[in-house]
Design a protein around this ligand. Structure first.
Ligand code: CTP
Length: 397
């Protein structure tokens, strides 16, 4: 999540400048505002009109534009952002930055800024490997500048190797990491969410009514509190939250594997409605109607992911939170479930159809922990998520 973050984006003159257009979209999708600065060389590759249309803002281009100096001087421009991002950072821009030159708007802003600076270099392989560029790179790193990429790959110049600008989503992830703030900053939290689908044959499956709404709200609230969130989701109805690492799975077995791969983490919250059983021998061909009657399905028990993680003897997250979806004796069942599975907290809710909770927008939960049972009033799933995120932050302090 980059809600309300102000990014000053300097677009240098390289073929990768076209990716800066997508980058602007991605940043704005996540709630950031982007103030674009286009170098003269940059405007040979992308037009100021496309940049300003996507940013929804004027493009700054000239150091000596007096209107800008009257409206917003270059010093103010360089300091009005939460982060300055140079993408693409050309060999020339990197050399200017390393030397502390200030002979155009971009280099002057970079010298005058007091906010964190990140660069996403993009250039020909030989230029990248050149000792001069590598010297400049070392200087920039020593100056505290964060470097994203470059990646290996085919390049527009026909060569192969390091020099391709990092992809927009990789740059966004790096920015999110750098701008993370809040009570969960520096904490890694795993969330499972959504239903699982257990195949009967290649076209049919067993599922449940979980929409993924509560898990998604929780992932968003944890990310907004500064956590690095790994979000393992089954096929949910709602889109996963922004600003989290999404791992998509279908079955309980895949969910367990994804959870294990995501460890270690500081806290793990199991909001997924995992199917308790799978079809023991799912057919690899579509089952056909036969004269011999109905197909017979044999079930096998799925691994209990929450219990597996709760009972880890090494590397167990400091806080493990389970959910309990019940239709009767909610608190009694949840209390027993907490003991049986070995988790620290259970968030219990009544999912009887008349509550409208499963698949709905509200939730009424009981928080069961060592300290006893708390009954929370019925509220929106977002509000439940925010309260839980605050409790998790307090528990991890
Ligand atoms: N859970 C899990 N793996 C499973 C089943 C459940 O991780 N195979 C987790 C859920 O994500 C939830 C908690 O265990 O956090 C409780 O899920 P729930 O469906 O309420 O309980 P069950 O274990 O299925 O127990 P029961 O069928 O007795 O209600």
């Amino acid at each position: 999540m980059l809600n309300g973050k102000r990014i000053l984006l300097i677009i240098g003159g390289g073929i990768a400048a076209f990716k800066a257009l997508d980058l602007i979209r991605r940043l704005r999708e996540r709630g950031a505002s982007v103030t674009p600065v286009l170098t003269q060389a940059g405007s040979e590759f992308v037009t100021p009109l496309s940049v300003s249309a996507l940013a929804g803002m004027k493009v700054y281009r000239d150091l000596f534009d007096l209107t800008d100096e009257a409206e917003m001087g270059h010093i103010q421009l360089s300091r009005s952002a939460d982060l300055v991002l140079v993408a693409p950072a050309t060999a020339d821009l990197m050399a200017k930055m390393a030397q502390g030159m200030a002979n155009d708007l971009a280099s002057t802003l970079l010298l005058a800024t007091d906010t964190p600076v990140m660069i996403a270099p993009a250039m020909n392989v030989r230029m990248w490997d050149h000792p001069a560029t590598q010297r400049n790179l070392a200087t920039l790193r020593a100056d505290g500048i964060t470097v994203i990429g470059p990646n290996d790959g085919d390049m527009a110049c026909g060569e192969f190797g390091p020099g391709r600008m990092a992809e927009p989503l990789e740059i966004v992830a790096a920015l999110e990491g750098a701008l993370r703030a809040g009570p969960l900053a520096g904490k890694r939290v795993l969330v499972t969410s959504g239903p699982t689908h257990e195949p009967i044959d290649p076209v049919r499956y067993i599922a449940n009514r979980s929409s993924g709404a509560q898990g998604t709200a929780l992932g968003a609230a944890l990310a907004a509190s500064g956590a690095e969130v790994v979000f393992v989701t089954g096929p949910a109805d709602v889109a996963p939250p922004a600003g989290v690492q999404v791992v998509r799975v279908q079955t309980a077995q895949q969910m367990l594997e994804a959870v294990q791969a995501a460890l270690p983490c500081d806290a793990a919250v199991f909001a997924a409605a995992v199917a308790d059983w799978r079809v023991a021998s799912a057919s690899d061909r579509k089952l056909k109607k036969t004269r011999d009657g109905m197909p017979k399905l044999d079930f096998a028990e799925n691994p209990d992911i929450l219990a597996t993680v709760s009972q880890m003897t090494q590397g167990r997250p400091a806080l493990v939170v389970g959910f309990a979806a019940e239709t009767n004796d909610v608190v009694e069942n949840a209390t027993a479930k907490r003991k049986r599975k070995g988790c620290d907290w259970i968030v219990a809710n009544d999912v009887s159809p008349e509550t409208g909770i499963m698949g709905g927008t509200e939730n009424a939960v009981h928080l069961v922990s060592d300290a006893g049972v708390e009954d929370w009033p019925r509220m929106g799933k977002d509000a439940v998520a925010q309260e839980l995120a605050a409790r998790i932050a307090a528990a991890l302090e």
